[in-house]
Design a binder for this molecule. Structure first.
Ligand SMILES: [Zn+2]
Length: 163
């Protein structure tokens, strides 16, 4: 999916959220959304405020906070708490990966599965609004599998030597 296609999916998602919750489609909200989608990484309200000002577009801090809250509620953004208590935001799609966790070494791998994502994005749960999902698949990585194989071959060889 290209970047702009991806953005239009998120914009649609926001429109749907506003309509379903009886909130107005103000130009201000869409302008802020456009600036939010231009960030390619985590950002803070401070970053967003600079970005807004650089566009010669002025809104109060409380409007920014309220609007970003709407993005979080509609499932476009996720709040990430940084250790020192400050708070950043990231796009939800960044966490919509399948996580593969090796049970031996603990290594984590991320894979994107478009079919699975399409399925999850269409999946509705009763009395629940999904903001993001996080699928963890447990197993064994190739490195560990190779090591275990070598070890078992070695112990089999040791056994046959002892005979
Ligand atoms: Zn491993």
């Amino acid at each position: 999916m290209s970047e702009s296609q991806n953005n239009s999916v998120l914009i649609e998602k926001f429109v749907k959220y506003l309509d379903e919750n009886g909130k107005r489609r103000t130009p201000e909200r869409f302008k802020i959304l456009e600036l939010v989608l231009a960030f390619n990484k985590n950002f803070s309200i401070e970053d967003l405020s600079h970005s807004v000002e650089s566009q010669n577009f002025f809104v109060s801090k409380s409007t920014l906070y309220n609007t970003v809250d709407l993005f979080v509620q509609s499932g476009i953004l996720r709040r990430v708490n940084i250790e020192n208590g400050s708070c950043h935001y990231e796009r939800v799609e960044n966490v919509n990966y399948i996580h593969l966790k090796c049970e031996v070494c603990g290594k984590l791998k991320f894979v994107k599965d478009l079919n699975f994502m399409a399925y999850m994005n269409a999946r509705k749960f009763v009395a629940f609004t999904t903001s993001y999902y996080n699928l963890m698949v447990y197993g064994i990585c190739n490195d560990c599998a190779r090591k275990l194989k070598r070890r078992s071959r070695k112990s089999a060889a040791d056994k046959s030597k002892r005979k």
